[in-house]
Design a protein around this ligand. Structure first.
Ligand code: NMX
Ligand code: MLT
Length: 435
């Protein structure tokens, strides 16, 4: 009998605990980084002060999950029959163990998710009680928060379980939560935009196919969903959503509280909400153009008008990346194959051509290239999901995989409460020698 995911994980925790213990004991005082005043005032850019083995981001190359590029991840993970994209459940296996699962191992996780997929009725009632004008991200966050009463971790904690075992109940919470998110998201979508028409989840389907089924959208939307959830799952630990989840979980708040907080950070326009903003901005241009594709010169003018109005161009720039985001490239390749004639894709592709040179000419943005959000909504739009307010919920489903993997490992390795030191401007002036 093959080991379960939890057994595989358990066998890896001991070795990693020894590595961390050794680093702390023998090299705890080794300097990792220096901190400048610009970093302290400027949002800690580039400051090496977090640890995560789940993924790592190189400014030039982009993200690697467990050491593998996204192309490798997509190539090596097992895929459902007749699909070009892998099982999302397999991605979770990779994130949490560092190993690629084989077909049998991935099917075990598919089965685990399926068994845990039923959403408590009160969650739907809570969503229904919110005004229809509530943003889908606020609904999503509220739904997740409301399930805090389900937490196995909380029950075990209050029963006095040992610190060494915190990760086990956190693992249970994580699987229970991830398995339910696609149905909660589809429920929000159908309630807000389809007059409550509902497609119940199908226990025979994997996560991507089940989501497509509950959204009522035919193939290849199952592959679109798999691709979307996989590429959004993690982006090392310093981004607002992942960092928020880690911070909240560091006080031993459970997965539901931590993920709800993560969703709230993701809902900001400089972070995940940028995928909605891209489509909102594009649509305003389409309206002005009467749906005609602008010429290059016309598009340049729209970009400059936005910049001159003191706004950012959504979907461009990045706090770490200094090249085109590989997640953008993957989605562009998918779009070229499946939707190259869609006018919305042509708009987005024209932006790819005109925005970077303009941002370079303006000389403010450190990275003029497109990020993941410049392309994801274009694909959703093509498959009929045109209600762009919903796009960040999709990002949130993916990101939950990464933050859950991180929180489980945080607990396994006993990482402490996060509590950096803050300083006053007076203190910084003293450090600078100008006081
Ligand atoms: N359009 C216009 N100005 C920009 C852009 C952009 N796309 N990107 C950066 N800048 C400006 C930025 O506002 C700042 O201006 P100021 O000095 O007046 O404050 C200046 O360039 C320097 O910013 P950077 O150091 O390059 O970027 P930072 O690390 O502070 O922020 C982002 C990174 C991603 C917040 C920023 O590039 C941005 O606002 N992009 C547009 C929103 C977006 O696409 N966000 C999604 C990021 C990916 N995600 O999913 O989270
Ligand atoms: C992300 O995926 O979290 C974004 O690209 C933002 C980031 O990495 O800072």
């Amino acid at each position: 009998m093959k080991k379960t995911l939890k057994q595989v994980l358990s066998s890896k925790i001991g070795e990693q605990r020894s590595r961390v213990r050794r680093l702390l004991k023998e090299h705890g005082n080794t300097v990792v980084d220096n901190v400048t005043i610009s970093q302290v005032i400027g949002g800690m850019r580039g400051l090496k002060s977090l640890v995560s083995d789940i993924s790592s981001l190189d400014p030039e190359e982009g993200i690697r999950y467990r050491g593998y590029t996204l192309k490798e991840v997509i190539e090596k993970l097992p895929k459902p029959q007749d699909s070009s994209m892998p099982y999302v459940e397999g991605l979770f296996y990779l994130l949490i163990t560092g190993d690629f699962p084989n077909q049998e191992e991935v099917m075990q996780v598919v089965d685990e998710f399926s068994k845990r997929r039923i959403v408590p009725r009160y969650v739907f009632e809570i969503i229904d009680s919110l005004p229809a004008s509530t943003h889908p991200m606020a609904m999503f966050s509220t739904a997740i928060l409301s399930m805090n009463r389900e937490s196995v971790f909380n029950r075990h904690y209050h029963a006095g379980v040992s610190k060494m075992d915190y990760w086990e109940s956190t693992f249970e919470d994580a699987l229970n939560l991830m398995a339910k998110l696609p149905e909660i998201a589809a429920y929000i979508y159908n309630k807000l935009y389809r007059k409550g028409e509902r497609f119940h989840s199908d226990p025979t389907l994997d996560m991507g196919a089940n989501f497509a089924h509950m959204m009522g959208i035919d193939k290849p939307y199952d592959d679109v969903s798999r691709l979307h959830f996989i590429i959004h799952s993690d982006h090392e630990s310093g981004n607002v959503s992942a960092h928020t989840a880690h911070l909240v979980a560091s006080s031993l708040s459970d997965i539901y509280l931590s993920t709800s907080a993560m969703i709230n950070g993701l809902a900001g326009p400089l972070h995940g909400l940028a995928n909605q903003e891209v489509l909102r901005w594009l649509q305003s241009i389409m309206d002005k153009m009467d749906n005609r594709l602008p010429s290059e010169e016309e598009m340049k003018k729209f970009v400059w008008d936005t910049l001159n109005a003191g706004q950012v161009i959504p979907g461009f720039g990045h706090a770490v990346l200094r090249k085109t985001d590989p997640r953008y490239i993957l989605q562009r390749e998918f779009s070229l194959e499946y939707l190259s004639e869609d006018p919305i894709f042509k708009y987005a592709d024209l932006l790819y051509k005109v925005v970077p040179p303009i941002l370079q000419e303006q000389g403010k943005a450190k990275n003029p290239w497109p990020n993941v959000d410049a392309q994801s909504g274009v694909i959703q739009w093509h498959y009929g999901v045109k209600e762009y307010d919903f796009y960040t919920v999709l990002f949130g489903i993916g990101r939950t995989m990464g933050v859950c993997a991180n929180i489980i490992w945080d607990r396994a390795l006993g990482y402490p409460l996060e509590r950096p030191k803050s300083v006053t401007i007076d203190m910084l002036e003293e450090v600078a020698g100008i006081k």
